[in-house]
Design a protein around this ligand. Structure first.
Ligand SMILES: [Zn+2]
Ligand SMILES: [Zn+2]
Length: 146
């Protein structure tokens, strides 16, 4: 029995393809980010990504994402041919995030939290509503008990 899981993905045009390969016992952290930059970058109400050590992301095509530095320490990777957003990485961080929408099977991962929930879009408020919600990246938002 295999002890690793492989998730394949890539951009819309297929010029960039990857495999995420990780131990079954430690799946990548997955979260929804509601910050304004993620909305702009993906053109969606929020962005969901999985965060994984660089060594677990294997590009299987020759090309690499083009990078746009969206803030002082963040670079966002996208396909230079079709424009699909693919990655998100903080400079000096040993981990890289992969945009879940680029996975071939988006249901293969499940988010565990929301960050920047203070910026949540109206239509996204009910998405995964039972998950913990954070203001910014780490300030837990206490919800009134129902
Ligand atoms: Zn492409
Ligand atoms: Zn964000």
């Amino acid at each position: 029995m295999s002890t690793t899981t492989t998730l394949a993905g890539g951009c819309l045009c297929g010029a960039l393809r990857y495999n995420l390969i990780f131990p079954m016992a430690s799946p990548p952290n997955c979260l929804h980010c509601h910050c304004g930059m993620c909305k702009k970058s993906t053109g969606a109400y929020f962005e969901t990504y999985v965060t994984t050590p660089y060594a677990q992301l294997h590009w299987t095509t020759d090309r690499r994402p083009k990078q746009f530095q969206s803030s002082a320490n963040v670079k966002r990777g996208f396909c230079p041919n079709c424009g699909s957003p693919l990655t998100f990485e903080a400079i000096d961080d040993p981990k890289i995030s992969v945009i879940v929408g680029s996975l071939d099977d988006v249901d293969a991962v499940k988010a565990m939290s929301h960050i920047y929930f203070e910026s949540v879009a109206r239509v996204a408020k009910e998405v995964d509503r039972d998950l913990p919600k954070y203001r910014g990246e780490s300030e837990l938002i206490q919800e009134p008990k129902a």
